[in-house]
Design a protein around this ligand. Sequence first.
Ligand SMILES: *Cc1c(COP(=O)(O)O)cnc(C)c1O
Length: 369
Amino acid sequence: MSKVGETTLVLDLSALEHNYNYLRSQIRPETKFLGVVKAFAYGSDMIVIARKLEQLGADYLAVAYVSEGVLLREAGIQLPILVLHPLASNFDDLIEYYLEPSIYSRNILNQFLETAKLTKKTAYPVHIKFNTGLNRLGFSEADIDYIAEKTKNNGSIIIVSALSHLAASEDVNEREFSLKQISSFENLSNKLTEKLDYAPMRHMLNTSGIINYPEAQFEMVRSGIGLYGYGNQANVDAHLRPVATLKTVISQIHQIDINESVGYNRAFKSNKPLKSATLPIGHADGIGRQYGKGKGFVTINNKKAPILGNVCMDMIMVDVTDIDCKEGDEAIVFGPKKSAENFAATANTISYEILTAISQRVKRELKNN
Ligand SMILES: *Cc1c(COP(=O)(O)O)cnc(C)c1O
C-alpha cells in the first residue's frame, strides 16, 4: 500500500467485492441483497461504495435518512433506495428523488399517504416496518388492520416489503430471543399479506443475522458491517477483509525527560525519559478522548505506540520510545492487520462506532489494487 502524506482513510474496493461475494455465498442465490450505506457507508465513502455495490449486482441500498438518499441520487445511483428512518418533514425530497420510505408508525403512514396523494403518485413503493422486540421503530400486531384499511384500495402506494430488525443477532446467549423475534415477524408479515391482495417481500436479517439465522433470510437480507469487513465474531472476521485502513504520519518527534508532561491538562507525566511522536489526527477526526491515556494505540513500523495523555482536537501524541522511527513515517490506526474492532475494543466500543466516527475532514483515497 502506498505511503500517505497526511491522515487518510484508504478504501479497498476489492475487499468490498470479496465481502459481498462471501455474504452472498451464505444465502440462497435467489435471495435479494440489500447493501446498507447509511452514515457515509459506515464512515467510508457512500458514493464510491454505492457505485461499487450497484456494479456488483446488489438489489437494493438502504440509508437512514432522506438526505443521504438524495446524495446517492445526485451521484447517479439508480438502485432502489430504502430509507430506514424517514421523517415527515423530508417527504417532499423523498418523493422527488424516488426514495422508498420504511413506514413505521400510524402517524408516518398517514402523513406519507397525504403527501403521495397531493403529489398524485400511483403505486409509490413503501415498506412496512414491524417492531418485534428491538422497541425502536415499527408497527405492532394491533396496527395491521389499520395498515390494511388505509392502504388496500389506495392507489397512491404499494407495499413492496415488510421488514423487522433483530436486537441481538450477534449474541449467541440471546438465541432464544432472536428466534422469538423471527417467528413473530413471520406471523406479522403473514397477517399483513392475508389482509392485502398481494404478497410483499419480507426481510429481517442484518450481517450477523445472515451468519447466525440464515433460515430467516425470507426474500431479502440487509447487510452493512459485513460489507465493510467486520462480522462481530472472530470466525466470521476470518472470512472478511476490512475495506478501510486509517493511516497518518509522524509530524514531529520529541524527547521527553523524566518528570515532564505531554499534552493538555498534563494528563501524561513521565517517570522515565521517553520519545513521543505527534500525529495529525485527533478527536475532530473521530479518535475520541476515550482512546487517550494509554488505552488506544497506533502501529508504527509494526510496533505498538500507545496514546500519551489526552487526545487533542487535531493531534495525538504516542509513545515511540522503543520504536525505530522518524518524522514522516507512517502510523496505522486500524486496517487489515490491526482491525477497527480491536482498536475500538481498547475504548470499550465496537467497530461500528469507530468506523462511522471518522469525520469528513479525513481524506478518502482508493487503494490501487
Ligand atoms: C444499520 C441497519 C442494518 C445493517 O446492520 P449490520 O449489522 O451493519 O449488518 C440493517 N437493518 C437496519 C434496520 C439497520 O438499521
